[in-house]
Design a binder for this molecule. Structure first.
Ligand SMILES: Nc1ncnc2c1ncn2[C@@H]1O[C@H](COP(=O)(O)OP(=O)(O)OP(=O)(O)O)[C@@H](O)[C@H]1O
Length: 299
């Protein structure tokens, strides 16, 4: 099972939303991480052929998805961000309708829908009209429709948006379990959604792929760049202005400021343990430095 993207580029007018992106995927969870406007949804739109491609190729099992044509639609499941849902349908009607569109035989569809209602705990609202469903319920309906047909490739755009913490953890664990035999590509700007489940993280900013590597590798590259210091509010604010967004933590000794930088200011003690993907995110997306150190961009 292999998906390969080569030199993928997309413009909206003069804006380059995706810039010669090249990467490949095998079974497992891939987290596409980047701030708002990074190009995550554009990438997903191109991978699902719901956006028109202008340059580059997307190969499923070494054959372009455009050549796979209709057959490709049976290979992937797509959970888009903010799609138009059929508001007057019930969740159950919607799933049956989507199963029909995917040409899943009726009996098989009934079994699959029942099982998804169980797994995603949707029985309580399956017969409610979608317009009356909460944000979290809608997300589950969307995830369920993406899973219909047991696709080998799952493309999920912000799957946990609008979910409460408990639902978020449950869905995250479920997604991790799905990835044993599938390629799951999950776009988010919520780091904890992917930190523990992704085998690889793709860091995307302004349409450019800054890095593609395992969370462990990315974390190892910023060792020596993360430090903490107890400081007054004034000092903290001045440092944040100078060094970009820093996080505040409550420690035994009081509030500390944590910074991620190639050149930490004096008085900061370097952290060796407890560095995480959130620090990686800050390093790439919230520093004041001009460029990311080139040695940390590729595994
Ligand atoms: N239909 C469109 N027309 C014009 N510009 C667009 C269109 N869709 C996206 N863009 C622009 O392309 C860039 C990438 O957008 P995209 O939605 O792919 O980013 P994203 O990483 O998914 O952002 P978010 O996290 O906010 O969903 C942004 O600058 C966005 O404003």
């Amino acid at each position: 099972m292999k998906l390969k993207i080569q030199d993928l580029t997309k413009h909206y007018g003069t804006l380059k939303a995706l810039d010669t992106m090249t990467c490949s995927f095998t079974p497992g969870v891939y987290g596409v991480l980047g701030p708002n406007g990074a190009g995550k949804s554009t990438l997903m739109g191109l991978m699902t052929d719901s956006l028109k491609r202008e340059q580059g190729s997307i190969l499923w099992e070494d054959r372009d998805i455009l050549e796979w044509g209709k057959e490709y639609r049976k290979i992937f499941g797509y959970m888009p961000q903010n799609p138009g849902l059929y508001e007057e349908m019930t969740a159950l009607q919607f799933l049956r309708y989507m199963a029909d569109l995917k040409e899943i035989p009726r009996r098989q569809a009934r079994v699959q829908v029942d099982s998804l209602l169980d797994i995603l705990q949707m029985h309580g609202f399956a017969r409610s009209r979608i317009r009356n469903c909460s944000g979290g319920m809608r997300q589950r309906v969307l995830l369920a429709q993406a899973l219909l047909g047991d696709p080998k490739l799952l493309i999920l755009d912000e799957p946990t948006a609008g979910l409460d913490p408990q639902e978020r953890i449950r869905i995250r664990n479920y997604i991790a379990s799905l990835a044993e035999q599938r390629i799951v590509i999950l776009a988010t700007h919520v780091v904890p959604d992917i930190e523990s489940i992704a085998k690889e993280i793709l860091l995307l900013d302004e349409g450019r792929l800054l890095a593609a590597a395992s969370p462990q590798w990315l974390i190892a590259q910023i060792a020596g760049k993360v430090g903490e210091k107890r400081c007054s509010r004034e000092e903290r604010e001045a440092l944040q202005l100078e060094y970009g967004l820093g996080q505040i933590y409550q420690r035994k000794e009081g509030q500390v400021l944590r910074l991620v930088s190639d050149h930490l200011p004096p008085g900061f003690s370097l952290l060796k343990e407890s560095i995480g993907l959130e620090d990686v995110y800050l390093y790439y997306f919230h520093r004041k430095q001009e460029e990311v150190d080139p040695s940390v961009t590729r595994a």
